[in-house]
Design a protein around this ligand. Structure first.
Ligand SMILES: [Fe+2]
Length: 247
């Protein structure tokens, strides 16, 4: 009876939640950042997401001053190539491209000069920061984004050391209206126990608006599968996530 009741209570006994329709953070455009390296890898990743029930992928190549100087001109032509190849392969998956903007001097310049910013949808812009240190001007940049009419979506806060060690800063971001996006793989422990623990706390508090795979390569497919089976993923899916509003 002991073992049987354990099985009944176990996480795996619960059915998996309905799949989300939209994934809004990934690196699937070949050869322009540290994501998919070629078209074959892109198509394999996209097909796997389609098989999992996703209807739309918003892929988000890095834009980082010293590493990946992408612009709409480097991103959108590659998107068109992937769209064509995907269609030719018989897929019905929709694919859109935005970007994951690293908050640095170049990003501030883009905002100040009113350069075109790629959005997830409407005025939603995905941003990231250093994993270790909070940028000195974080609040100013988020404020400036709002002044320019953008809504910041903060990528994977659960992975940032400066937030893990100061939860009240995360709460401040939430209270200020910044959207918060957790990485799916954090929920299966892929980035280590601190990120999982912090993600679980965010879920408990309801401080989550979006879930994103942040999938870069085929190697990530296995930890993603593990995450879908996790207790934290099932708990998160009880929250009213905004992913499918991006369809
Ligand atoms: Fe990313």
């Amino acid at each position: 009876m002991g073992i049987f009741s354990f099985l009944l209570k176990s996480d795996s006994a619960k059915p998996e939640p309905m799949p989300l329709k939209v994934d809004m953070h990934s690196h699937f455009l070949p050869g322009i950042d540290d994501g998919a390296q070629n078209m074959d890898e892109s198509l394999r990743l996209l097909k796997t997401f389609e098989d999992r029930g996703y209807e739309k992928i918003i892929t988000t190549p890095h834009i980082i001053q010293d590493l990946y100087q992408n612009t709409p001109d480097t991103i959108l032509p590659v998107l068109e190539k992937v769209k064509t190849a995907l269609k030719e392969s018989g897929s019905k998956l929709q694919i859109h491209a935005a970007a994951e903007y690293f908050i640095d001097d170049r990003f501030i310049e883009m905002l100040e000069n009113d350069e075109p910013i790629l959005t997830l949808k409407d005025n939603l812009v995905l941003v990231e920061t250093s994993f270790l240190n909070e940028p000195a001007y974080l609040r100013d940049v988020l404020f400036k984004m709002r002044l320019k009419g953008y809504k910041p979506v903060f990528a994977h806060p659960e992975r940032y050391l400066y937030l893990q060690t100061k939860k009240e800063k995360l709460e401040e971001l939430f209270d200020s209206g910044v959207y918060l996006q957790i990485n799916t793989m954090s929920l299966g422990g892929y980035y280590g126990p601190p990120a999982l623990k912090f993600a679980e706390w965010m879920i408990e508090q309801g401080f989550v608006h979006f879930l994103g795979s942040d999938c870069h390569r085929v190697k990530h497919l296995e930890p993603l599968e593990k995450a879908y089976q996790s207790k934290a993923y099932k708990k998160l899916r009880e929250l009213p996530l905004l992913n499918d509003s991006l369809l």
